[in-house]
Design a protein around this ligand. Structure first.
Ligand code: UD1
Length: 354
């Protein structure tokens, strides 16, 4: 049993995932005092704007972090290195039995590496996912984190099989996707966005798209050719990249500030289809019954493509545009791909050794 848990988060999607497990920990503690878990959250500060971080803690009532390391933005090495140094101090000071990390951001890798070097077991939620594109910083973060984790919580049998191919068999558990739990639980608190008439919801933030002018231009041009209006909440890096490249949103595309989590759930519920390069949104679209056009060259959530919920189309205008007619049709695939929405409870059961 791992009684003292240190959770490391830092970037927007991790707050949603950690909220699910924190809730499950609290529910467990309310039931079983003698086996209570003690969780402390450390926020690396990778995301720091209210709309990228604070709003998530407020809406989902995530326990406030014990400390915010305030690392902020920067080049990958600098950011990850600063987190690593600060996390080492915190792990030594707090003496956890286990460090819990989520997903594939620089905060994930820093948390895992700091813990592993101190010989503290690491648990990785969203283990075994692969895009097989090592040019993506997230792919490096995933591969390395899985390599040094003691407990690997996989969302699907496919991710477990991938780990086996890499020789990782110990500590692997298929628990489903915590974001499915989140969509089910928080979906009823979605904030309506009251967009008039049918529309597509879009988000773009991946470095491979924002840092390449031709790709960013191709995606924006395609959104301009969408058969319906598009609502595009803008990640700060995308806004900056558009200004830098002199790209403005086409007339049918309404850009907004980043939405809170409940706001985004509202937008997803109301939209006709989704266009995104986000991993999380690909799944949320599916959980909420919408087709998704993924503007990347590959996805780690391959089951979505296999079941016909998602098309991976790259970043060329014509190819993206060609997927819109497909995307506007209703989604029929109802097969549960990533568990039944009880991943949080399953993770807690593993932590207490049940
Ligand atoms: C990070 C993750 C990515 C995840 C995404 C979720 C890595 C390598 N990438 O990407 O996997 O999908 O979070 O959003 O960890 N910025 C702000 N305010 C903020 C945060 C960022 O203005 O609160 C701007 C800064 O200019 C910064 C840029 O966004 O340089 C990129 O932020 P960063 O944390 O480096 O990566 P993300 O693109 O958010």
């Amino acid at each position: 049993m791992f009684r003292r848990i240190l959770t490391v988060v830092g970037a927007r999607p991790q707050f949603v995932k950690a909220a699910v497990v924190s809730r499950a920990i609290n529910a467990h503690n309310a039931e079983s005092e003698c086996q209570a878990l003690h969780e402390e959250i450390i926020h690396t500060g990778q995301h720091y704007d209210y709309l990228m971080s604070g709003s998530f803690f407020e809406e989902m009532e995530i326990p406030p972090p014990a400390v915010n390391l305030g690392v902020g933005s920067g080049p990958h090495g600098e950011m990850t290195g600063a987190m690593l140094a600060a996390l080492e101090v915190e792990i030594c000071r707090r003496g956890p039995d286990l460090v819990l990390v989520y997903g594939d951001t620089n905060s994930t890798l820093a948390g895992a590496l700091a813990a592993a070097k101190l010989r503290v077991p690491v648990a990785h939620v969203e283990a075994g996912l692969r895009s097989f594109n090592r040019a993506m910083p997230e792919e490096i973060n995933r591969v390395l984190t899985d390599r040094i984790s003691a407990l690997l919580f996989c969302p699907s049998e496919g991710s477990k099989e991938q780990l086996a191919k890499e020789g990782i068999r110990e500590g692997v558990r298929v628990v489903g996707d915590v974001m499915h739990d989140a969509t089910l639980f928080y979906g009823r608190r979605a904030i309506p966005q009251n967009v008039s008439g049918p529309f597509a919801a879009a988000t773009i933030h991946r470095a491979e798209n924002t840092d390449s002018v031709p790709r960013l231009r191709g995606i924006m041009e395609a959104l301009g050719r969408a058969p319906l209006p598009v609502v595009l909440p803008l990640h700060p890096r995308t806004r900056a990249a558009m200004i830098r490249a002199g790209i403005s949103a086409p007339s049918n595309v309404r850009t907004t500030e980043p939405l809170s989590y409940f706001g985004m759930l509202g937008l997803l519920k109301e939209c006709t289809f989704v266009v995104t390069d986000s991993g999380g949104l690909q799944k949320e679209a599916y959980y909420l019954g919408k087709r998704c056009v993924t503007v990347r060259d590959e996805t780690e959530w391959t089951e979505l493509v296999e079941c016909g919920a998602n098309r991976v189309v790259g970043a060329e205008c014509e190819t993206i545009e060609a997927a819109f007619a497909w995307a506007a049709r209703p989604l029929t695939c109802a097969r549960p791909l990533y568990g039944l929405g009880d991943a949080g409870v399953r993770i807690v059961n593993e932590l207490i050794g049940r």
